[in-house]
Design a protein around this ligand. Structure first.
Ligand code: NAD
Ligand code: ZN
Length: 360
């Protein structure tokens, strides 16, 4: 299936299907990336042995000059050291301004390789080849970057890919916990924008967890569709794009307080979305059924909906939220829900209300 992203300055396709990787040269050709252009595959130590070697061989066979650079798997590679290493690899292989970077992996590789592409010779094209479910979110929209010791994603750029090629077959090797974590973002896309999609997810949870290809393609297609709709209205996050942070205010705080190891990102935002729904009931008078439905849907995908309050006291969570850039004079801003499929940014939420929502 194909989706097209149309922005003011560029247009690019997102292909979602099974068995697409074996057709990579055909898809590259379709966006004008022909064998006279040098390619650099960037991947990580987990993904490279699974899919990298295969891709390299098939591209070479088609006459591409192509090399691969590999970074250690995991979030800790999303830093300036790896960035510098990769720039060095690009120089060593002789990439020029016509060359193309292929980001093969999850969100870490996508963000890092995308940032290399944004900076190398002031910007060269890159292709996203996501291999995690979460990456249906990160590979679309053009936000790329790395972490600094003092903050996540604080060094970055907007750099749109030339294409996104999503082969759902790669998800078969993904660890179950990573897969489930990815569903949290899929569900988020439904909850903020598309009530029909939420209903569809409720009905198909078992088949999705079993990775039925046609269902996975549909889920990723519809999740990307939401992201594309939002990004094309607000590429640079001046307004609307903020709603993609639904569940992330509490989620990020929980990740920070738990040292980024206890919860995966998806687990943290699952808990965050339930918290945001409860807060919506208090602040906006949203129907309690929204809280219940949100919980049930997340539970159907085996995601947590409540954090360990003994271990992570709410005082520490609030402190972490305060460090969030959205807080001004003790006033918190949250993405809240009116009903399933509709959210908005609400400012000036008092600390007591958040406390009450967290305590429930
Ligand atoms: P990840 O890239 O670290 O992948 C998770 C783990 O799975 C890694 O160990 C990886 O090696 C492994 N893996 C990946 N694909 C595999 C496969 N097919 N088979 C087996 N193992 C595989 O993490 P992620 O969850 O994909 O992405 C998280 C990152 O995405 C974070 O850094 C986050 O900031 C970023 N992100 C970016 C955006 C954006 O808009 N740019 C949006 C959301 C998240
Ligand atoms: Zn997220």
């Amino acid at each position: 299936r194909k989706l097209t992203v149309s922005l003011d300055h560029c247009t690019y396709p997102i292909y979602i299907g099974a068995g697409l990787l074996s057709q990579l040269p055909v898809y590259l050709d379709e966006v004008g990336i022909v064998p006279d252009r040098k390619l650099m595959v960037i991947s990580d130590t987990q993904v490279a042995p699974l899919y990298g070697e295969r891709i390299l061989a098939s591209l070479k066979q088609q006459g591409y000059q192509v090399d691969m650079a590999v970074v250690p798997a995991g979030e800790s590679s999303k830093n300036l050291q790896q960035f510098e290493y990769l720039i060095g690899e690009c120089l060593r292989f002789g990439l020029d301004r016509q060359s193309v970077i292929l980001a093969l992996g999850g969100g870490v590789v996508g963000d890092l390789a995308g940032f290399v592409a944004a900076a190398y010779m002031r910007g060269i094209p890159f292709v996203q080849i996501p291999t995690t479910l979460l990456a249906h979110d990160s590979s679309v929209g053009g936000k790329v970057g790395v972490n600094h010791a003092l903050g996540k994603n604080v060094i970055g750029a907007f750099h749109q890919p030339a294409m996104v090629l999503y082969d759902v077959d790669t998800l078969k090797t993904l660890p179950t916990r990573e897969l489930i974590s990815g569903f949290a973002e899929v569900i988020k896309h439904g909850l903020i924008w598309d009530a029909d999609f939420v209903q569809w997810l409720e009905k198909n949870s078992a088949e999705l967890l079993a990775l039925r290809p046609e269902k996975m393609i549909e889920a990723i297609y519809r999740g990307c569709e939401v992201k594309v709709a939002i990004v094309s209205q607000d590429e640079r996050e001046s307004g609307l794009r903020a709603i993609l942070n639904y569940g992330h205010t509490i989620g990020h705080a929980l990740e920070a307080v738990s040292g980024y190891i206890h919860y995966t990102h998806g687990e943290a935002i699952a808990i965050g979305m339930v918290g945001a729904a409860r807060l919506s009931a208090k602040v906006l008078g949203t129907d309690e059924s929204v809280v219940r439905k949100t919980k049930e849907l997340l539970e159907a995908f085996q995601l947590p909906t409540q954090y360990d309050g003994e271990r992570f006291p709410e005082d520490r969570l609030l402190l972490a939220m305060k460090r969030d850039k959205k807080v001004r004079n003790d006033e918190y801003a949250f993405v809240l829900t009116r009903k399933i499929g509709q959210v908005e940014v609400v400012r000036g939420i008092a600390e007591e209300e958040i406390r009450a929502a967290l305590q429930e």
